[in-house]
Design a protein around this ligand. Structure first.
Ligand SMILES: [Zn+2]
Length: 97
């Protein structure tokens, strides 16, 4: 069961603050889930999520950007995520500076 499935059982949503920034340490951590392809950071609620390649491909298609072949050094920034809303929104590819 992946993280998205587990979250579907949760009805308590995180509060959206908005304009949050990822912290340097959390955004650089190696991915924990062996099925994960890339990390997301939500500027709305401040949560980090690891998503699969399929999930990342859907985001890339929906939001018109190309995924890097090697995703290390990148993350997806969203304005809403599964913690604070029903789905990701406003997804953009970001380079880890
Ligand atoms: Zn969120």
């Amino acid at each position: 069961m992946d993280l998205a499935d587990r979250l579907l059982g949760s009805t308590v949503k995180r509060t959206v603050v908005g304009n949050l920034e990822p912290d340097d340490i959390s955004i650089r951590k190696p991915l924990k889930d062996p099925d994960a392809f890339i990390r997301t950071f939500c500027t709305g609620c401040g949560e980090y999520l690891e998503i699969t390649k399929r999930g990342a491909e859907i985001e890339a298609q929906d939001h018109h950007f190309e995924l890097p072949t090697d995703p290390s050094g990148y993350y997806l920034e969203t304005s809403r995520c599964l913690y604070c809303d029903d789905d990701f929104s406003g997804t953009v590819l970001k380079k880890i500076e």
